[in-house]
Design a protein around this ligand. Structure first.
Ligand SMILES: [Zn+2]
Length: 342
């Protein structure tokens, strides 16, 4: 026993010496710093490589690959010990309907009245699933949501050559961010002030269906104080500026811009954002659903590239260091959305 104590003492001395020798840490051991430290490239690659693999056949909403992608996300949430949003689990199932395919100019519908109308005739129907979990806040009367769509365009057997729309950037990159931010929240060791919801939307590519359905039926939607969205955070729009990304936010909330400016400096993030305060941020992705309800939004997006909505959206073309630093920056923003006054 003594021998072990002696060894332990030696090890402690060794550790102390190591600390004395290492350079002074710039960032204090705050809860946020612990969260940031949990976010890494290996995790980003693990999620994106799986979600964008050929075997998932492009994760089309309502198709086999989309279902497996959803099951994977559920497994990740369970493994982290995150609480499902709903009493009966992580899944919010919903139906989407569409007119018979030869009718031009029609859209997929999730509203019950539109669905009832379509069901009077020959129509298409898909069973879709949002996946949602939460961390209860000290004040559950205020809610913030972070989300990304997990569906993509599927595959096209008529395409010559590569037939699979892998969607590594669009939007496996966003899914990995929501998963890593959820883990970072747990890593802080602190309960957030507001209740935080982590959302994985289905059917975005068919018209923001998942977020629309959620906003339509979620009884607590009036308590939502902020929404943070990802859609495509993995690629370079201009190879000459690999740090570029677009930071959209509701213009009335100038502090959202200040948060990012400060966090880039404090945490030494290798990012060169294009700050885009937006008066009426209703377009582009699931952020539109929440902006239409007057909820302030933040949206991260690395901009267009030649593989956008093409079969070449492969994981090996991702800019991993940027994806990781955007994930860190967005964790810090969501931490503030969950805890600060704005
Ligand atoms: Zn997308």
């Amino acid at each position: 026993m003594k021998k072990y104590l002696f060894l332990a003492a030696l090890m402690l001395i060794g550790a102390a010496n190591l600390n004395a020798a290492s350079p002074k840490k710039k960032v204090k051991e705050t809860p946020e710093a612990k969260g940031v430290a949990s976010i890494n490239r290996a995790t980003a690659e693990a999620h994106v490589d799986f979600l964008a693999c050929d075997e998932l056949e492009g994760r089309e909403a309502g198709w086999k690959g989309g279902r497996i992608a959803g099951n994977y996300i559920i497994s990740c949430l369970k493994q982290m010990g995150l609480q499902p949003l709903f009493e009966d689990g992580y899944v919010q199932p919903f139906e989407a309907c569409h007119a018979e395919r030869q009718k031009r100019g029609q859209r997929w519908q999730v509203h019950p009245d539109s669905i009832a109308n379509l069901k009077k005739g020959v129509h298409q129907s898909l069973d879709l699933r949002n996946i949602l979990c939460k961390i209860e806040g000290k004040n559950p009367n205020e809610i913030v949501i972070i989300g990304a769509h997990y569906d993509h365009l599927g595959y096209d057997p008529m395409l010559k050559g590569d037939q699979i729309y892998n969607g590594a950037d669009d939007n496996a990159s966003g899914v990995q961010a929501v998963l890593q931010v959820a883990r970072a929240f747990l890593a802080t060791g602190e309960q957030p002030e507001r209740t935080t919801i982590f959302a994985f939307w289905d059917g975005e590519e068919k018209g923001l269906l998942g977020s629309k359905y959620f906003a339509q039926v979620y009884p607590e939607i009036g308590k939502v104080k902020g929404y943070l969205n990802y859609d495509m955070i993995g690629r370079n729009n201009n190879e000459a500026n690999p740090k570029h990304f677009v930071y959209f936010y509701t213009a009335a909330y100038q502090m959202f811009g200040d948060w990012l400016k400060n966090d880039i400096v404090t945490y030494g993030l290798e990012l060169d954002p294009n700050y885009r305060p937006w008066d009426n941020p209703v377009g582009g992705s699931d952020n539109g659903t929440f902006a239409k309800l007057g909820i302030p939004i933040i949206w991260y997006h690395t901009d267009a590239h030649p593989d956008y909505h093409m079969p070449g959206d492969h994981s090996e073309r991702c800019n991993w260091p940027k994806m990781v630093d955007i994930t860190k920056a967005s964790f810090l923003a969501f931490w503030k959305l969950a805890n600060e006054k704005y």
